[in-house]
Design a protein around this ligand. Structure first.
Ligand code: ADE
Length: 223
């Protein structure tokens, strides 16, 4: 999978891709992430990417020209399955959407800034708008990092024990069961004995029951 991220702050996005699972996914060549500086596609001598809002009002708007230049260049090199705009107005990210996008070959993610992008970008270039929650961030970069993490970790082969991603919360519509590690007894706080029984069937049943109870209690809307 190839992910091209268009941003005015490429440095802000470097770190999330340089650690842990996202780093290993790139090393294994299961994903290629390109951070593209929108200013490189500006068409004036000042590298402008934003301008005042027509009709007045506070805040700057991201201009269509640099974004169009950048997207035309990318599209001349390969086909894209989706051109995603990170926006609080978009559809709310969930596991189903992450699963779907993780199957794509090539995607572009556009990070918004300032007051947003010129509406013509949304109308003519964007195929999907995604929000990571009903709150407003300063820009789309952190949201893009969240989206990428949710997609990349479920690409087959990225997590060595594939089953571990399959049993994540939400993959089966349920919240994950509680997990424990050593010590067995911490100042009287003990690990449930069933987990030490060695009986895989009983442990699986217990975990499923815990998942169901947790989901009912914490996220009844998932039922
Ligand atoms: N940009 C600003 N806020 C956002 C949000 N909640 N989700 C996605 N992109 C955003």
């Amino acid at each position: 999978m190839r992910i091209d991220i268009i941003t005015v702050l490429p440095d802000l996005l470097k770190s999330p891709f340089q650690h842990s699972i996202l780093k290993r996914a790139q090393e294994k060549k299961l994903v290629e992430v390109n951070l593209i500086n929108l200013r490189d596609y500006a068409s004036d001598n000042y590298n402008s990417v934003d301008d005042y809002c027509y009709g007045g009002g506070a805040g700057m708007v991201m201009m269509i020209e640099p974004i169009a230049n950048c997207i035309y260049k990318l599209k001349s090199q390969r086909n894209y399955d989706e051109i995603i705009y990170m926006s609080p107005d978009g559809e709310l990210l969930n596991q189903k959407i992450a699963n779907q996008i993780s199957l794509f070959q090539n995607i572009i993610i556009l990070c918004g800034h300032y007051k947003g992008v010129d509406e013509r970008v949304r109308e003519h270039f964007i195929t999907r708008e995604i929000s990571i929650g009903d709150y407003v961030l300063s820009g789309g970069e952190l949201a893009a990092a969240v989206l990428c993490d949710s997609i990349i970790r479920i690409i087959p082969g990225v997590i060595s024990d594939e089953t571990s991603a399959l049993f994540d919360s939400f993959q089966d519509g349920l919240i994950a069961p509680p997990v424990y590690t050593r010590p067995y007894d911490f100042n009287g706080l003990k690990v449930p004995d069933v987990l030490l029984s060695g009986n895989e069937k009983i442990i699986d049943e217990w975990r499923l029951q815990q998942s169901i109870e947790r989901t009912k209690k914490r996220r009844p809307n998932l039922f």
